[in-house]
Design a protein around this ligand. Structure first.
Ligand SMILES: Nc1nc2c(ncn2[C@@H]2O[C@H](COP(=O)(O)OP(=O)(O)O)[C@@H](O)[C@H]2O)c(=O)[nH]1
Ligand SMILES: [Mg+2]
Length: 677
């Protein structure tokens, strides 16, 4: 039986393409958890098994895999590096007890490295580094190590150094024990130091001592007295430091050959906290409680991944969900490795498992033994910031898109869909173009629905700027029962909340009272469509001032028509203008990007209202900008800041659109009208 103290829950993070998925594959391979070493290029890795991942050769979904080594179980969670899939990273972070940040020896620190560091720091989770792809041409361990230390300070603590033969990594040096090792027939054996490495080893050992000295006063004194630490002291210091965040051990290796993988696993076992000592400790002796951090729904059914936070989870248990207030029976429980499931009878405290067919439970939910009162924090997801209209290629496919997206939302709680009542478009909001593209691919492959995307239509408004008085006269008196309605209406701009204020100032019954409602009704129908480009009219006051009627031929219908004639004539004369939605924008960017962001804001007709440093080398820019200019901002901001920037935009008010914008919109509406006819 697995013991909780022998579990390590580790989230693997870092920039896209840094080698995370290949590393996890290697950990599985060297522990015989898989019988062949899968390759990204061949689409054969355990973690990237999804059709979309194989096609794109990037990780899209996070995948927890159990790696068993020396009696320990490492639940390694491989996450996507691409920022569109940040939601997947956050799910795994929620249940991780430590983070392993992977960075390439050649590429060094990238935005994804910084983001991982920040995310782990915010959650007070211990951090480990793995410098990958040591075998690549021009890869330089010492250079990337120094860069790492420069970026993140003296907590960055070296534990190993690669032994190189040209571009090949042939072994590894343990900096604490000062031993060189190489792999031989699947086991490690000690070898003498190769020539010319002593200098680097000394430099790394000095840095190691410096990091360890930080962990206690006693060690600090020893360090300043020039004394060396013993092996036991090093280990104690690192253990302490990892827990408080003052030490981040650094490993390295070549995942393709597996050299460095065993050392890394041993390092995680030795220094990463077990769930019992983690930032969010588990309670093995408590009543059963688990937290669902991820949901997969595919042709095999719906699987909910969970971490046991309290007690233990046994198959056939019935637990309650405090959010949905439903009871859930856990019929079959599993451990999961890529797309393979192994049914188990029990998942112990601190471990990660999966359960099928939960009816009323979604990602972020707690399941608990009744009467336990347990409820865990859910998962905070990023707000989707990239909105596009999604439409079917085939006529009448809207229903299928909507139901497909509902299904996909079970797996992906980040994106949003809404039917915009005004523009009649279905708006899909995601974290970026790749995220949207993946969802569309899944709609096609899983729900046989082909879609296209276009920029969302902008909900413009129309408004008049001048007071006018006009007549609307509807008269048809050719034989039989005729129609007669005649009104004089004053139209003027107003700035109250209501879009249309209707008043009357009719003297002496020129229009009988009982026709007033018909006039108002006629106008209310009219204001849905302005006279410029057919957008709803706002800020209008209409006062019925005069008119005439006919004893026999007047009717409500005739007065309604007369009102609409007055409306058409009046608004055209009243200097109408197109109003565009203005959003208030908050952008957070690195200081160095300031110039680009401001320049870009000007191009989008934005007004910068303020700039404020918010610490960590970041600035907050507040601005107001026409919403019509912001459709692709999520993508543009990412490319201007290499993904470091973020923003939020919300509707603020309507403002007159400049003449050139009006002309363009009006011309486009005409074109659209012609096409529809
Ligand atoms: N030379 C070399 N290439 C590697 C190594 N690890 C990964 N790669 C390659 O780097 C690319 C990205 O790897 P992947 O595991 O998908 O990175 P991820 O995006 O961080 O998951 C793939 O082409 C891998 O074959 C390594 O140790 N050495
Ligand atoms: Mg990957």
């Amino acid at each position: 039986m697995l013991k909780t103290e022998n579990i390590r829950n580790v989230c693997v993070m870092g920039h896209g393409d840094s080698g995370k998925t290949t590393l996890v594959e290697s950990l599985l391979f060297v522990t015989k958890g898989t019988d062949r070493m899968g390759k990204i290029a061949d689409g054969t890795t355990v973690c990237d098994f999804d059709a979309e991942e194989i096609k794109r050769q990037i990780s899209i979904s996070s995948t927890p895999v159990p790696v068993e080594y020396n009696g320990f179980k490492l639940n390694i969670m491989d996450t996507p590096g691409y920022f569109d899939f940040e939601g997947e990273v956050l799910q795994c972070l929620r249940v991780a007890d430590a983070g392993l940040i992977v960075l390439g020896a050649k590429t060094g620190v990238q935005v994804g490295t910084e983001k991982a560091w920040k995310a782990l720091g915010e959650r007070k989770l211990p951090k480990f580094f793995y410098i990958s792809k040591i075998d690549e041409e021009n890869a330089d361990f010492m250079k990337s190590f120094r860069e790492l230390r420069e970026a993140f300070g003296i907590s960055v603590c070296p534990l190993v150094m690669p032994i190189m033969n040209g571009d090949k990594m042939t072994g590894i040096i343990d900096i604490i024990r000062q031993k060189a090792m190489r792999m031989s027939g699947g086991t490690r054996e000690e070898i003498p130091y190769p020539d010319g490495v002593q200098g680097d080893v000394d430099e790394l050992r000095a840095m190691l001592s410096e990091s360890v000295a930080e962990t206690s006063e006693e060690f600090m004194d020893k360090f300043f007295n020039g004394e060396d630490f013993t092996e036991a002291e090093y280990i104690k210091g690192i253990n302490e430091g990892v827990k408080t965040g003052s030490i981040c051990p650094v490993f390295c290796g070549c995942a393709l050959t597996g050299i460095g993988s065993m050392t890394l696993m041993q390092g995680l076992i030795d220094y990463a906290p077990s769930p019992l000592e983690a930032t969010e400790k588990v309670d093995p002796s408590g009543k059963t409680g688990l937290m669902v951090f991820k949901t997969i729904s595919d042709q095999y059914g719906k699987f909910s991944f969970f971490k046991v936070m309290s007690g233990s989870v046994k198959s056939d248990m019935t637990l309650e969900n405090p959010r949905s207030e439903q009871k859930e029976k856990l019929g079959h429980i599993y451990t999961v490795k890529g797309k393979k499931n192994t049914e188990v009878q029990e998942v112990v405290c601190g471990d990660i498992g999966a359960v099928s067919k939960l009816a009323a439970t979604k990602t972020g939910d707690t399941l608990r033994e009744s009467g336990s009162g347990i409820e865990y924090d859910g998962i905070e997801f990023p707000e989707p910031c990239f909105s596009m209209a999604i439409l079917p290629v085939a006529k009448g496919g809207e229903e299928k898109i909507a139901s497909g997206l509902v299904k996909l939302a079970e797996e992906d709680p980040v994106f949003r869909v809404e039917q915009n009542a005004e523009t009649h478009q279905m708006i899909l909001s995601t974290l970026g173009d790749i995220h949207a593209d993946v969802l569309r691919s899944k709609l096609k492959s899983k729900f046989a629905t082909e879609t296209t995307m276009e920029e969302p239509r902008v909900p413009y408004r129309e408004k008049i700027r001048k007071k006018v008085k006009v007549q609307g006269k509807h008269k048809k008196q050719s034989g039989g029962h005729g129609q007669y309605g005649d009104v004089w209406i004053e139209f003027e701009p107003q700035s109250e909340q209501d879009d249309l204020i209707f008043a009357e100032a009719v003297f002496g019954g020129s229009v009988p009272r009982n026709y007033f409602p018909a006039v108002e009704k006629g106008l209310r129908e009219c204001v849905h469509h302005g006279v410029l480009a057919g957008y709803p009219v706002v800020g209008l006051k209409a006062t019925l001032v005069d008119g005439s009627y006919h004893e026999v031929d007047s009717s409500e219908m005739a007065f309604k028509t007369a009102a609409s004639l007055a409306y058409k004539a009046g608004l055209a004369q009243a200097n109408p203008v197109l109003m565009e939605p203005i959003g208030s924008l908050k952008v957070i960017i690195p200081e160095g990007n300031m110039g680009d962001i401001i320049g870009d804001m000007n191009k989008r007709r934005g007004r910068v209202l303020g700039m404020n440093p918010i610490g960590g080398g970041m600035q907050q820019v507040d601005a107001e900008v026409p919403m019509s200019e912001m459709a692709t901002y999520a993508i543009d901001l990412r490319s201007m800041t290499q993904g470091r920037g973020s923003f939020s935009l919300k509707f603020e008010r309507y403002e007159e659109a400049p003449a050139n914008v009006q002309e363009k919109v009006i011309a486009e509406t005409k074109l659209l009208g012609e096409n529809e006819d």
